[in-house]
Design a protein around this ligand. Sequence first.
Ligand SMILES: Cc1cc2nc3c(=O)[nH]c(=O)nc-3n(C[C@H](O)[C@H](O)[C@H](O)COP(=O)(O)OP(=O)(O)OC[C@H]3O[C@@H](n4cnc5c(N)ncnc54)[C@H](O)[C@@H]3O)c2cc1C
Length: 266
Amino acid sequence: MPKLHIVVCVKIVPKPEEVRVDAETWRLDRGDARSEINPPDMNAMEVALRLKDHHDARVSLLSMGPPFFTPLLRVALAMGANHIHLLSDRAFAGADTLATTYTLARAIETLGDVDLVICGEESSDGATGQVPAGLAAWLDWPQITMVNEVTLDTTSATVQGRRELEGGHEVLAAPLPAVLSVQTAANEPRFMDFDLKPWAFAEGRATVWDQAALSADAAYLGIDGSPTQVSGLTEAPTRARKREMLEGTVDEMVTQLSALLARWEL
Ligand SMILES: Cc1cc2nc3c(=O)[nH]c(=O)nc-3n(C[C@H](O)[C@H](O)[C@H](O)COP(=O)(O)OP(=O)(O)OC[C@H]3O[C@@H](n4cnc5c(N)ncnc54)[C@H](O)[C@@H]3O)c2cc1C
């Protein structure tokens, strides 16, 4: 068994361009939207796989959501991850970030041997960026946020994360176990390995855990464990775009267009 155990938190999100807002209920209607791995989580995955390339490590995926997420997560197995853990139970439904992070943290504690948790910077749907910090708080582990390069020193059991600042960068170190969040677009996620693909989509290990498997306290789960209330939603006003229709022959329209563009000359 590899020495280091890295967990990457992966959220499955609806493709943004396919989500609609229900005009009556103001709820997101994801019914017809296809789902994908949250794009920033691919950057987190790449950081984990680069560490695995250089260390004796295994990479597990951790995700919370319905069972149909499993096939979508298998893409990450084909990139080089070792195991999927999906947290799926009706008791987890309606979770805000507090309840979500409690549930994810219970899973990390249940795994028991985790050295490093790596998250994306934020999700493309909720986009609070609260999950990495929430996990660190529940676990009482140090965190380094918004990193774009990561190194591990296994002798001193520390992780170093480099992050950009205005006009420079800083390198922060934390003792393991620790939580990291990775800056979006920090790297170029690798493509699936075609040798791994048959294993990843047929045999690759996917474990589904429910509330009982996590020995989780029901008071902290799902809607009961979520103090956040959505008190209202307002549609952003759309501005009608200014437009002018050109008419006539092609030559006439070119002349008209040239005159219109000339207004914008500096
Ligand atoms: C009152 C309320 C009710 C809600 N009810 C529901 C509901 O019924 N169903 C629902 O799907 N959502 C629900 N949500 C949204 C839910 O709280 C968020 O999806 C979740 O907490 C993650 O927050 P985020 O998207 O802002 O993640 P961020 O903090 O922006 O994500 C940062 C990183 O954390 C990790 N991460 C985030 N979410 C997950 C996850 N689920 N699994 C693994 N890793 C993750 C990823 O690495 C991600 O890149 C509800 C929110 C509120 C406020």
